[in-house]
Design a binder for this molecule. Structure first.
Ligand code: MN
Length: 495
């Protein structure tokens, strides 16, 4: 058991080193136009109670009817998580007082979920890749929203969200650090967004995490866990885990024990605090919902959905490495969003299908374009530089028409003014000087004007860089750097 403990991940307490163990339950809102058991709209931002059917309002005698698109989305997600798809699953009532879910219970899946065990590969850093087990994925209803800040004496309820379909994706307790947990959620979100089964918008609450945290001495059995409810940003997930692990360690080292409970993370104060003592499953008195038949489908239904899946991030990453010679790191950055991967591929492939240098295309996409987009707070879909334009810049460097340095200036011109990069090189006179006669004249002139520097450089060859810089300056940065380097060294008589 100890063999699997990575000591670099241990948290140092006052007395001992501790291992943190993290498992997660992610609630992901299903992308669908209507709710899980009614035809009401799922559109975000309507007036309160605009999207509420009689079913959502739990009027007497109303019956839920399963939305087939939500079923398909759950199966697609299960396939994306390399998980077992259960051809028969059932819906259960989870009895609990939700003030904003008028039924008085949540329809969920308890004993037989639609998706069983799976696995997600997570690249945590350049040096660390882990596999996180998926325990299950089940479909359930979301609740509405209670509003307490419109009146000093009254509370209001908005049921627009009530009955919207959620996928609850439960991981195994396979994570051993805040970084692993953050990387897992990031990867899961990427997969959902590729699949188009959840938009992953954490700010709108469309993806939220319940984080189970416990600590133990390495090699010991699992400790008592606390669940930190509804954490809604990846950064907060990391902070909540670290804060909660330290709280538990302090209690245990002080001779105390951990109470299993549900806690809330307060990012403002950097602490977790108790919300309620944790219920056990039997407290909910789950029982099969008598209004709903078991959900059954056959293998052909699953196969048809599998055939329609897009290329997923792991497959795309492997292909980028194999086809374009990219490093795993660069490939990982590019496939994090489907749109950025598509953009890169349009640059690397060119519109006419002619291959460009994949590494150069990746460098320019990641370093120049993403860097510039970040600086201006723009998304890839708002990029002023198109894939064709960026591809043309990569071509111009490859053909030795411009140097890498001039290419950055050209990129800036295209970014702010637009235009055809190749035409701009001519109209702005950016073509690099490869005529050795012209470069030689510039080198001779610098050497003639700086006899004392020549002596210094002969004694200390690294100083030849100064001459290269001067020649570049004198030629407006247009001299071919390799030619300048060679000529400077030859003229100074150094290796
Ligand atoms: Mn749930």
């Amino acid at each position: 058991m100890n063999a699997s403990v990575d000591s670099s991940k241990l948290i140092r307490g006052a007395l001992h080193d501790w291992e943190v163990v993290v498992g997660m339950e992610i609630h992901a809102q299903v992308t669908s136009r209507s709710k899980l058991f009614s035809g009401a709209s799922t559109a975000f931002g309507g007036s309160p109670n605009d999207h509420v059917s009689l079913v959502d309002a739990a009027m007497p005698g109303m019956l839920p009817v399963i939305n087939e698109e939500c079923v398909a989305q759950a199966v697609r997600t299960g396939l994306g998580l390399k998980a077992h798809i259960n051809h028969r699953s059932t819906f259960d009532r989870k009895n609990y007082f939700y003030p904003d879910l008028p039924q008085g219970y949540q329809i969920s899946q308890y004993k037989s979920p639609i998706v069983g065990e799976g696995e997600v590969k997570v690249v945590v850093s350049a040096a660390e890749t882990i596999a996180v087990g998926i325990e299950r994925l089940h479909l359930e209803q979301d609740a509405g929203k209670s509003i307490h800040d419109l009146s000093p004496t009254d509370s209001f309820v908005d049921l627009n969200r009530s009955g919207v379909a959620l996928m609850e994706i439960v991981s195994k307790p396979d994570m051993r650090s805040a970084d692993q947990a953050k990387a897992y959620v990031t990867k899961l979100r990427t997969i959902l967004r590729y699949l188009g089964t959840c938009d992953g918008d954490m700010e709108k609450g469309n993806l939220r995490a319940d984080v189970n945290v416990s600590v133990r001495r390495p090699g010991d059995p699992l400790g008592t866990r606390c669940e930190i409810k509804n954490v809604n940003s990846i950064r907060f997930i990391g902070q909540a885990i670290e804060t909660e692990a330290r709280r538990q360690i302090a209690i245990i080292e002080d001779g105390g024990t951990i109470d299993q409970e549900t806690r809330l993370f307060d990012p403002g104060r950097g602490e977790t605090r108790s919300m309620r003592s944790k219920e056990e499953a039997h407290d909910y008195r789950y029982f099969p919902d008598p209004d709903l038949l078991p959900l059954e489908f056959d293998g052909a239904y699953v196969d048809a959905l599998a055939a329609g899946l897009p290329e997923l991030p792991d497959a795309k990453m492997a292909r980028f490495i194999a086809d374009y010679g990219l490093s795993p790191y660069d490939a990982g950055v590019l496939v994090a969003e489907r749109e950025t991967a598509d953009f890169f591929e349009a640059v690397a492939k060119g519109r006419d299908g002619r291959r460009r240098d994949g590494k150069a295309a990746a460098n320019w996409t990641i370093n120049e374009l993403f860097g510039r987009l970040n600086k201006d707070g723009l998304g890839i879909d708002e990029s002023p530089v198109s894939a064709d334009q960026l591809g043309a810049i990569v071509d111009l460097i490859g053909e030795n028409v411009i140097s890498g340095k001039i290419a950055k200036d050209l990129f800036e011109i295209v970014w702010s003014e637009g235009g055809d990069p190749r035409a701009l090189v001519e109209s702005r006179g950016l073509r690099q000087v490869t005529d050795t006669g012209a470069i030689e004249a510039a080198v001779d002139e610098i050497i003639r004007a700086n006899p004392e520097k020549v002596e210094q450089a002969k004694a200390k060859p690294t100083l030849s860089g100064w001459f290269v810089g001067q020649v570049m300056k004198a030629t407006g940065g247009k001299a071919a750097p390799a030619a300048v380097n060679a000529l400077v060294k030859a003229k100074l008589g150094i290796e």
